[in-house]
Design a protein around this ligand. Structure first.
Ligand code: AMP
Length: 286
């Protein structure tokens, strides 16, 4: 049986989703640019739909699983199993008000104020939880211009860098939700489907785990080994390999954080290491 995975057909998340699936060996093999379905190889098939429709598709069982923004899953109000956080598409759903409007926090929102948002359900819930009654003005995009058009007092909108809000003279005054792309599945999938989804999770997880790591190899003077161990902790400590005719050197291999690679290399050089080689890792299964 083919497992159907709903993926965003366009928009912010679609390129990164495809890249992640490709890197995990689930290459999107579409017959044309605008194909609605594509084989992912093996037992998976992709269905391409709008990111905002994915929670419905998955909840209704039209797809076994899907990838979309957590904001869209929450807004849909559908109950889905959250399988994993894919770590990209990070953004926040925030309450934002005009800079000159005198708002410093969501508490400053008064009874009956109009709040424009593409997320009417989450907006209503957020203010209701605080006992504030507001009038939600649902919009399907560009909520940030609503205060300037006089159709709302404040907005609840997505932001990542804050630059769009700023450009529109809006200031963030509170956070409704933190979001990122997530793999979700419908509740009550049969056991064999769940097993295949676990394999999918592992494959995607191993790619994500490898992205911020590098594989480092270096020839290390034997008498520096102890100090090199402090620089290269690796996953289970570095691998030490004898080098044929290596003299006073041994080869050391380790998985290291990409973020600190510059410092690591300098520290190794200072310890007399030679032949330092750094490569990307495709997958990492700890
Ligand atoms: P789309 O409307 O198809 O481009 O997808 C929008 C989705 O991308 C949102 O629902 C979020 O999950 C995600 N996203 C990530 N960063 C942002 C951002 N700065 N603004 C809007 N959406 C974002």
């Amino acid at each position: 049986m083919l497992l159907k995975i709903a993926l965003p057909n366009k928009g912010r998340l679609s390129d990164e989703v495809r890249e992640l699936f490709n890197d995990a060996g689930l290459e999107v093999r579409a017959r044309g640019e605008r194909a609605l379905t594509a084989s992912l190889g093996g037992e998976f098939e992709a269905i391409f739909v709008r990111a905002q429709d994915i929670p419905e598709f998955v909840a209704d069982g039209a797809a076994h699983a899907g990838v979309t923004g957590w904001d869209l899953v929450c807004e849909s109000g559908r109950e889905l199993d959250l399988l994993m956080d894919l770590e990209f598409g990070r953004c926040r759903l925030v309450v934002a008000a005009r800079e000159e409007g005198g708002f410093a926090s969501p508490e400053d929102v008064k009874e009956g104020m109009r709040v424009a948002s593409c997320f009417p359900r989450l907006t209503q819930e957020f203010f209701a939880r605080r006992g504030q009654r507001v009038a939600v003005v649902p919009v399907s995009g560009a909520a940030e211009i609503a205060p300037h058009l006089g159709i709302a007092d404040i907005v609840v909108d997505l932001t990542s860098t804050g630059s769009t809000l700023k450009m529109n003279g809006l200031r963030e005054v509170g956070t409704v939700l933190e979001s990122s792309a997530r793999l979700v599945a419908c509740k009550g999938n049969p056991v064999d489907t769940q097993q295949k989804l676990d394999e999918l999770k592992q494959a995607l997880g191993s790619v994500l785990a490898a992205r911020d790591k590098r594989y480092l190899m270096a020839n290390v003077p034997k008498d520096s080994l102890i100090r090199v161990r402090e620089v290269l902790p690796g996953l289970n400590g570095p691998t030490v390999v004898d080098v044929l005719d290596g003299g006073d050197f041994v080869a050391v291999h380790a998985v290291v954080p990409a973020k600190t690679i510059y410092r690591t290399i300098n520290a190794l050089k200072a310890l007399g290491c030679e032949g330092i080689l750094v490569t990307r890792i495709e997958r990492l299964m700890a």
